[in-house]
Design a protein around this ligand. Sequence first.
Ligand SMILES: [Zn+2]
Length: 101
Amino acid sequence: MKIKVNKTGRRCKCGYLYSGKVAVGCRKFASYAVVSDRSYQRFLKAEFDVLQAANVGVKLRAIARASKLIGSLLECPDCGRFLLAMPGGSSKTFYLIEDAA
Ligand SMILES: [Zn+2]
């Protein structure tokens, strides 16, 4: 399987807009959480801290720590491209699966 890579924003190259609110008539997109293997233990600890927080302030700080360690993989329902948003917002890259040779 060959993969083409392009860099751009939160709109798919085909024009589909990835948004938390899906407009009427638009298909909903699939979304997956992405966590680096190197950060996984810290991510689990932060998520555990969220669940165990004694007050709102502690909970919000734990959510902030966890959110820096998580990215997303979004699948465009229109063209099938994937948008990989790396944890911490460091980069966004499109991947397109090409036809098998
Ligand atoms: Zn697309």
